[in-house]
Design a binder for this molecule. Structure first.
Ligand code: 13P
Length: 344
């Protein structure tokens, strides 16, 4: 095995190490701006910086978090002590990662469907991010469920982009997180989510195969199988876990280094409980962990509320979620334990 492949495999394994998951802190400035605005927090560069530092400097975070996905602005910022964030994370044993797509845009000629952009100049951008310390990257494809959609064309276009991105990352010694997200916002039932997710994964792994992606040197970031938010339906934790594991087992090669789920709008407790059940059931050929954004951050963001005097309380809220999800990777999470830890 050549050095590059060995390195990729080592990074990928470290990202999904037992008890650890990924903190997705890569919201673009417009996205974090919206989340701040909803809580009345002003979105200045300094506010965004100190918000991110709150998570990175929470005592013991490195026990639960293997890597952090940064945004372009954040990877160039520094902690209060002047240490650049990537270096600050490395010193803690946390791997710095970077979001490299430039967003999901309308797919021409295909109403209500999206394709993710960002391939032009990506080789050069990856070289710069590598210099800045990034050792893994993220690219998110967005698949919408609706009447007659997703079309095969949309699935192919997104899978193709994910594969080209993945190959460019691996060429540079950066582990790609391959994220094909089937959105959970529509009115579809859980069976339709299962069907579309299966089709999406099948299309993605076909494209990855044709691109020559090394499966041991990548991490898959999928959605779980849930009913659409507007369906009014509710699935049990057991059903979500069973259908999620089933669709993954049928479509994801066992050689993939690991699976790190997105939370996609699930509540904090649901995201932890589903991951927990997935790991409790056993029978998966890959480690399964989290790469949560909202489910790791929102409680802390609300507690912090943009006020420096709340940083310590915000860190406790962040650690509570990180610890809960870490326990879920072992199948040892329970809401009762969580309430006890929170002193509720
Ligand atoms: P959520 O967990 O909030 O879905 O975010 C994860 C992510 O990185 C989406 O790209």
């Amino acid at each position: 095995m050549d050095e590059l492949t060995k390195e990729l495999n080592e990074i990928a394994r470290a990202m999904v190490a037992p008890g650890k998951g990924i903190l997705a802190a890569d919201e673009s400035s417009p996205t974090i701006g919206k989340r701040f605005a909803a809580l009345g927090i002003e979105s200045t560069e300094e506010n965004r910086r100190s918000y991110r530092e709150m998570f990175f400097s929470a005592k013991g975070m490195q026990e639960y978090v293997s890597g952090v996905i940064l945004y372009d602005e954040t990877i160039r910022q520094s902690a209060s002590d002047g240490t650049p964030f990537p270096r600050y994370l490395e010193k803690l044993g946390i791997i710095p990662g970077i979001k490299v797509d430039t967003g999901a845009k309308d797919l021409a000629g295909h109403p209500d469907e999206k394709v993710t952009e960002g391939l032009d100049g990506l080789r050069e951008r990856l070289a710069e991010y590598y210099e800045l310390g990034a050792r893994f990257a993220k690219w998110r494809a967005v698949i919408t469920i609706g009447d007659g959609i997703p079309t095969d064309y949309c699935l192919e276009a997104n899978a193709h982009a994910l594969a080209r991105y993945g190959a460019l990352c691996q060429e540079r010694g950066i582990v790609p997180i391959i994220e094909p997200e089937v959105l959970m916002d529509a009115d579809n039932d859980i069976d339709r989510c299962y069907e579309v997710t299966g089709k999406t994964l099948h299309s993605v792994f076909g494209a990855l195969y044709r691109a020559g992606i090394k499966l041991e040197g990548m991490v898959l970031k999928p959605n779980m199988i849930v009913p659409g938010k507007k369906s009014g339906q509710k699935a049990s934790i057991q059903q979500v876990a069973e259908m999620t594991l089933d669709v993954l087992r049928r479509n994801v090669p066992a050689a993939v280094a690991g699976i790190a789920f997105l939370s996609g709008g699930q509540s904090d407790q649901e995201a932890s409980a589903h991951l927990n059940q997935l790991n409790k059931m056993g029978g998966a050929p890959w480690p399964m962990t989290y790469s949560y954004g909202r489910a790791l951050q929102m409680a802390a963001m609300e507690t912090w509320a943009g006020k420096p005097e709340n940083i310590s309380a915000g860190q406790q809220a962040a650690l509570l979620r990180a610890r809960a999800n870490s326990a879920a990777t072992y199948g040892k999470y329970s809401e009762e334990l969580e309430k006890a830890a929170a002193g509720v």
